[in-house]
Design a protein. Sequence first.
Length: 344
Amino acid sequence: MSQYQIKMLTTDRYADWDQFVEKECENATFFHKAGWQTVIEKTFNHPTFYLYAEKEGKICGVLPLAQVKSFLFGNNLSSLPFAVYGGVASNDPQALKLLEEKAIEIAQTKKVDALECKNTKQQHQDWPTKDLYYTFRKSFTENEEENLKAIPRKQRAMVRKGIKAGLTGEMETGIETFFNIYSTSVRNLGTPVFPKKLFKNLRAVFKEDCDVLLIKHENIAIAAVMSFYFRDQVLPFYGGSLPQARRLKGNDFMYWDLMCRAAQRNYRLFDFGRSKKGTGAFSFKKNWGFEPQPLYYQYYLVKATEMPEINPNNPKYRILIKIWKKLPTAIANPLASFLSPYLG
């Protein structure tokens, strides 16, 4: 055990960390990349604790953590806020154990409510586990016709309607049009939008691994999605649309157009991201032929007596959601800057 060392990430080890995440660890994800530390600190000013296990001078496990503390939503240490996946990424069981032990030590020292690990596989039978979120991942090929046929018939018809409506896709070099559409869409769902600087920082940090696709009808943007790229995967992560996109099947066309573009760039796995069971987004992704796979958000409770429930399904947020849906974006967006940093 003495041959392992648990260290805190410094900028001079970013390249080594990312080499491990991108090339050496099968269960690592885009959200384990070192750049997220920069994004979280620059955007939200949350304290981060990026831990790595080292053996014989070589990284053999990583655990990115950030502390999110607020009066309204509690005080939690998470791997990773604002992410779908997290927890320890390692091929080494001993490194995994030591990293989790260090995380628990930090959680106890900081006197948080709970330590949250967003695992793709269940790690601890005795930790409380949230049965709420599912992810949707499916491979695709370089052949456009094969990919279209792989979409179930009814949903495939929606894609064809978008094509017949004359919808087109266009990459945005900045984020302004995307943010206008996304913030409106999120407001309509009753959720505070993240600040614009989050999306600016994501593009600045991840560069070619982060882009924005706009969907236009008669040269007017009606839908937009910010996507991430990792290994052979494309991850449409922040997506939104205006009300007229529903009639024009803009959302279906958007994801289809993104898949076609990704296929041309030799990406082969479409990660549709996380959705809560029982929601419209969950059904939408199933209708595309994606099988839901459970996510294991597991908690080590420190001060809390039960798992945190910071999500729209929590009954105590229902009134706030109804009010938020009625706010003009000119009011909702500035207010959101005070709330959204704590909704990770």
